[in-house]
Design a protein around this ligand. Structure first.
Ligand code: 6R9
Length: 651
C-alpha cells in the first residue's frame, strides 16, 4: 500500500442482538473483556487451568527474547491425555467423541472410551515403528477418524506431526517431508471424493523416491483400491495398530514441546513450516472453542467442515473440541455428493447444533439455490461460524436466513495458521453482530489497525492489521528458519506482529477484514480493497461469488477487473454486465466501478477455499498463468480461460 490509507467504501448498517436465551446462559459474558484488559496474563493463566497439567505452570509468559515467546514454560502436560483420557476418567467414556460420516454413506460412532483405546494403540504402534519424542511424522490422509487418531498418537508420545493436504502433489509432499525431516509417513490407499475412490498412496510412493529419511510408511485401508507395496517399508494400519495393546501410559511433556508443523500455502516462495507447541496452543484453542461456540459438551453436536490439512482442522476438529469433551461430526467428502443437500442432510441426521464452515462454501450454497437447504430440518442449529476469508455481508445474511432460520447468531472468526487459534470474533451471547465484520479482538487478545508509520488509525479509517501483544497459541518460529520468522512477521512494524491483512475500523471501533494487503488495488491514487468490491458484487441478486483483481492500466495505474459467478437463475448478457458495473458504482462510488467484468463458472481456490487472485491477475494482464500447485482443482484455470473471450467487455 502507498501512504494513502485503505479506502473505506462499504457501509453496512444492519445489526443483530444475541438471542436472549443464549445471552442468559452463555459460557462467556462481557466481563471477560474487562478481566482480560485488567490483567491479560492472569486471564491466560486462568484459562490454562482449563487443562490437566502434570506439573502446573508457575510462569505465564516469557517474552525476554522477542519475538520468541514461551508460554507456561515450567508446566508439563500431555496433550492427548487432555483431549481424551481425562474425559474418560471424569466418567464421560460413553459420550460420543466422533460421529464419522463417510462420503459413500458409511458411518462410525466413536466414544471417548473407544477413542482412548484407538489413540493408545496408535501410540504403541508409533513406538514400535521407532518413533520417539522429538521426531516428526508426516500425515497424508483423507478426512477419516484415523487422521485425528494419528495426530493425537503423535501428541501422546511427543512427536510433532506435519499434516499435508490429501490434494497436494507428490512434489509438494516431498518438499514438506524433506523440510520437516519426517521419519514416518501415515497415509491411506485412498479416500472418497466426489463419489469415487481417489488414490493417495501413489503420491507418497513417488515423493519417497525424491527424499531420504523416511523409514516406514503406515497405510490405512479406506477404499480397498490396489496399492503398490514396498516390503520392509510399508505396513498396514489394520495389521499393526489393531493388534497393539489399548494400554498406553501418557508421559508428560514440556509446555513448549513442539506439537506440530503446518506448512502455509504461501502464494510465493518456499512454503513456511509454522511451528506450534503444546501448552499455550491447547489453552487458546480450548478457550476460544468454549467461548466463541458457547460449547455445552453434554448437549451440543458440533461440526466443523474443514479439512484436517488446514489449520482449522487442527485447532477446531482435533484439539479445541476434544480438549473440551465435545461430540462432533466428521465428514469425509464433498458437499455435492451424492446431491447438493448433503451438508443439510448431515445436520438433520446428527441434529448438529454448532456449524463452522467457510465463506466459499456459503457462497456455493447461495449459487445452488435457497430451495435446497429448505428441504431439510435445520432447527437444531443454534450457532453458525465462518472462517477463512472475509464473509461478504450478503453471504452472511443468506447464512443467517437460510441456514440459521433468521435467528441463529453468526460468529465470523478471524485468525491464521500462524495465530493457531481465533483472535478476532464476536462472542455469541454478548456481541451485537454486524454482517461482514469480525468485530473485536477476543478477551486476552490485542489487535489494532495501523497506518504506514505504525500509528493507530482513527475509527472510520483503514490500514494494516497488527497484533500488539503475544498470545498463547502464537507460532513459535518458522521451522528451521528463525530469521524468516523475524523477517516475515515482526519486521514491518517495530515490536508488532504484522498479519499481512488489510483492515478498517468502523465508527464504533469494530474491525472489518479487507483481505491480504498484496491484493489491495491502487486505482487513480486510491487504495481499494478487493473484498469491498467483491462484497458489492455479491450484494447484487444475480451474483453468487466474485473475485476482483487490479490489472496494470496505462491511465489509472491499476484497473479493477472482476470475475463473477452468477446465481442459478441469472442470465449472463451485456445488460447484466452493465447493471453490475452500475451497482458497484452506486454501492461504493464511481472510483470502484470495475473496468471489466468477466462471467465465469468457477474461480481458482486453495483447498481451504481461498481465492488465488494472483492467477486471475495473470489472466487479466494477459500473462501465462503462474504456479498452480496449491489449487484444489487444477483444471479450473483452463476452464476459466476457455470461457473468457465471449464475456469480455472493455469500456
Ligand atoms: C484460519 C485460516 C489466514 C488468512 C488471514 C486472512 C484470511 C481467515 C478470516 C479471514 C477475513 C475472516 N482469513 N479468516 N479474513 N475474515 N474471518 O484461514 O488460516 O489458512 O492461515 O489463512 O485467511 O487473510 O490472514 P490460514
Amino acid at each position: 500500500m502507498s501512504n494513502e490509507s485503505l479506502a473505506n467504501l462499504l457501509k453496512e448498517e444492519r445489526r443483530f442482538a444475541p438471542p436472549a436465551e443464549l445471552a442468559a446462559s452463555a459460557n462467556v459474558t462481557a466481563d471477560a473483556y474487562t478481566r482480560a484488559l485488567e490483567d491479560r496474563l492472569a486471564f491466560w493463566a486462568e484459562q490454562a487451568r482449563r487443562l490437566d497439567w502434570a506439573v502446573e505452570p508457575t510462569e505465564t509468559l516469557d517474552w525476554s527474547n522477542p519475538p520468541f515467546a514461551k508460554w507456561f514454560a515450567d508446566g508439563r502436560l500431555n496433550v492427548a491425555h487432555n483431549c481424551v483420557d481425562r474425559h474418560v476418567e471424569a466418567g464421560h467414556g460413553d459420550r460420543v467423541a466422533i460421529h464419522f460420516e463417510g462420503e459413500p454413506g458409511d458411518s462410525r460412532t466413536i466414544t471417548y472410551a473407544q477413542l482412548k483405546d484407538e489413540v493408545s494403540k496408535a501410540a504403541n504402534a508409533l513406538t514400535a515403528l521407532g518413533v520417539t519424542t522429538g521426531d516428526r511424522v508426516a500425515v497424508y490422509l483423507p478426512m477419516i477418524p484415523e487422521a485425528v487418531i494419528s495426530m493425537l498418537a503423535c501428541a501422546r508420545i511427543g512427536a510433532a506431526h506435519s499434516v499435508v493436504f490429501g490434494g497436494f502433489s507428490a512434489d509438494a509432499v516431498a518438499s514438506r517431508i524433506a523440510d520437516a525431516d519426517a521419519k514416518l509417513v501415515i497415509t491411506a490407499d485412498g479416500g472418497y471424493r466426489r463419489g469415487k475412490p481417489s488414490a493417495l498412496k501413489p503420491a507418497i510412493d513417488e515423493a519417497l523416491t525424491k527424499v531420504d529419511g523416511v523409514q516406514r510408511v503406515l497405510v490405512v485401508r479406506r477404499t480397498g483400491q490396489q496399492v503398490a507395496w514396498t516390503e520392509g517399508r510399508d505396513v498396514w494400519w489394520h495389521e499393526l495398530v489393531d493388534t497393539q495393546s489399548p494400554e498406553h501410559t501418557a508421559q508428560a511433556h514440556d509446555a513448549e514441546q513442539p506439537l506440530f508443523i503446518l506448512y502455509t500455502s504461501g502464494t510465493t516462495g518456499k512454503p513456511k513450516g509454522i511451528l506450534h507447541t503444546s501448552g499455550g496452543y491447547l489453552t487458546q484453542t480450548a478457550y476460544t472453542h468454549h467461548a466463541v461456540f458457547d460449547l455445552k459438551p453434554e448437549s451440543d453436536v458440533y461440526w466443523c467442515t474443514a479439512d484436517i490439512g488446514w489449520v482449522t482442522g487442527h485447532s477446531y476438529i482435533t484439539y479445541g473440541p476434544l480438549a473440551n469433551g465435545a461430540t462432533q461430526v466428521i465428514y469425509e467428502g464433498t458437499p455435492d455428493t451424492p446431491h447438493q443437500g448433503r451438508f443439510w442432510e448431515i445436520v438433520q441426521k446428527y441434529k448438529v447444533t454448532i456449524l463452522y464452515t467457510a465463506p466459499t462454501a456459503i457462497r456455493t450454497f447461495m449459487k445452488w439455490g435457497d430451495d435446497i437447504p429448505a428441504r431439510f430440518d435445520l432447527s437444531s442449529l443454534r450457532i453458525l461460524g465462518s472462517v477463512g476469508e472475509p464473509i461478504n455481508p450478503e453471504a452472511w445474511i443468506w447464512y443467517r436466513e437460510h441456514i440459521g432460520a433468521g435467528k441463529t447468531p453468526i460468529v465470523d472468526t478471524w485468525w491464521q495458521t500462524e495465530t493457531g487459534a481465533m483472535m478476532i470474533s464476536p462472542l455469541p451471547g454478548v456481541t451485537h453482530t454486524k454482517p461482514g465484520s469480525a468485530q473485536r479482538p477476543l478477551p486476552g487478545i490485542a489487535a489494532t489497525v495501523v497506518d504506514d508509520n505504525a500509528a493507530e488509525v482513527p475509527d472510520g479509517s483503514g490500514g494494516y492489521l497488527v497484533l500488539t501483544e503475544p498470545w498463547p497459541s502464537m507460532l513459535r518460529t518458522v521451522w528451521g528458519d528463525d530469521q524468516r520468522y523475524i523477517d516475515t512477521y515482526w519486521s514491518r512494524f517495530e515490536g508488532k506482529y504484522f498479519a499481512g491483512d488489510g483492515a478498517k475500523k468502523d465508527q464504533d471501533g469494530d474491525i472489518w477484514l479487507l483481505g491480504r494487503v498484496d491484493d489491495v488495488m491502487l486505482v487513480s491514487g486510491h487504495n481499494i480493497s478487493t473484498t469491498e468490491v467483491e462484497s458489492a458484487l455479491v450484494g447484487h441478486p444475480a451474483v453468487a461469488e466474485s473475485a476482483v483483481v487490479g490489472a496494470t492500466d496505462a491511465t489509472t495505474g491499476q484497473a479493477i477487473v472482476a470475475f463473477v459467478i452468477l446465481r442459478g437463475t441469472a442470465t449472463p448478457d451485456d445488460d447484466l454486465v452493465t447493471d453490475l458495473r452500475n451497482h458497484v458504482g452506486k454501492t461504493l462510488g464511481p472510483i470502484a466501478k470495475p473496468k471489466q467484468i468477466k462471467i465465469v463458472a468457477e474461480l481458482p481456490k486453495t483447498r481451504s477455499g481461498k481465492i488465488m487472485r494472483r492467477l486471475l491477475r495473470d489472466i487479466a494482464e494477459g500473462r501465462e498463468v503462474g504456479d498452480t500447485t496449491t489449487l484444489a482443482d487444477s483444471t479450473v484455470m483452463n476452464l476459466i480461460q476457455a470461457q473468457l473471450p465471449t464475456t469480455d467487455n472493455k469500456s
